[in-house]
Design a binder for this molecule. Structure first.
Ligand code: MN
Length: 255
């Protein structure tokens, strides 16, 4: 287990890594549930992810109220995170992004987002598209209330990903490392999928449900650690190892 200080440090790292991979740009955000108080979560103040520092990390209640340390204006879309943590006790981390290759699939009704390469299996075969207009009519498309957040969380259901029409997506996972991994590989999958669709007449062969299930166990432990260690190095952030079986050369700063 990481200490709370290390977890918040990892949240800074997650912001930098997602920015490096263009999952987020000046906008989009990543949060982690407080393991010591599951009704609270940590999220940066409203700042570009690549600029986020430890002092920006803020603790929130599900309904977006700041707890304690208040470093400045919160994200107006923080309700996305609180609503999902409220609905999904199994979720420990959430990413909201405008991932550029994913957005085309939020407005596409025929050529669906599907995993086409094994590293992208975590996005799953059943990916819904939430349309804010269905319940809230004409808006600026931003999720700025718990009512909107809860509607989005309902559309997500027990899945890993929900697309948001004309906006972006939400990605959830059981850990911060996993949510970063899935978000990066969803962007890579979307880029490859657009190319696959462009190559032919629109027919593609995505991963089957069985193949996705067969990959589910493969992204625990070692796979996530291997990605996370590399991404820490790329972004020049400290790496806190969570795995005892990584082999020589891996630091074990956490037991
Ligand atoms: Mn947004």
């Amino acid at each position: 287990m990481l200490s709370l200080t290390q977890l918040k440090d990892d949240l800074v790292t997650a912001n930098r890594v997602l920015a490096h991979h263009h999952v987020v740009d000046s906008f989009g955000h990543v949060s982690v549930r407080n393991p010591e108080n599951p009704k609270h979560f940590f999220l940066s103040r409203a700042r570009a992810p690549n600029c986020v520092e430890a002092g920006d990390i803020t603790e929130f209640t599900f309904d977006g109220q700041i707890v304690g340390h208040n470093p400045g204006k919160p994200y107006s879309e923080r309700f996305i995170h609180g609503s999902i943590y409220e609905a999904r006790p199994d979720v420990m981390a959430v990413v909201h992004n405008h991932s550029p290759n994913v957005v085309p699939f939020t407005v596409q009704t025929k050529k669906k987002m599907r995993p086409i390469m094994h590293m992208c299996a975590p996005i799953g075969t059943d990916i819904p598209t939430w349309d804010i207009a269905h319940k809230f009519g004409t808006t600026n498309l931003l999720v700025t209330s718990m009512e909107m957040g809860r509607d989005l969380a309902q559309s997500l259901g027990n899945r890993t990903v929900a697309l948001m029409r004309g906006h972006g997506s939400v990605v959830v996972a059981k850990s911060l490392r996993e949510v970063v991994f899935t978000s990066i590989y969803m962007e890579i999958n979307a880029d490859m999928l657009i190319k696959a669709y462009a190559l032919g007449d629109g027919d593609i062969q995505p991963m089957s449900e069985g193949e996705v299930d067969a990959n589910a166990g493969g992204r625990a432990g070692f796979t996530l650690e291997r990605g996370w260690e590399n991404w820490c190095k790329i972004t020049e952030r400290p790496y806190y190892s969570l795995d005892w079986n990584m082999g020589p050369g891996f630091s074990k700063t956490d037991k």
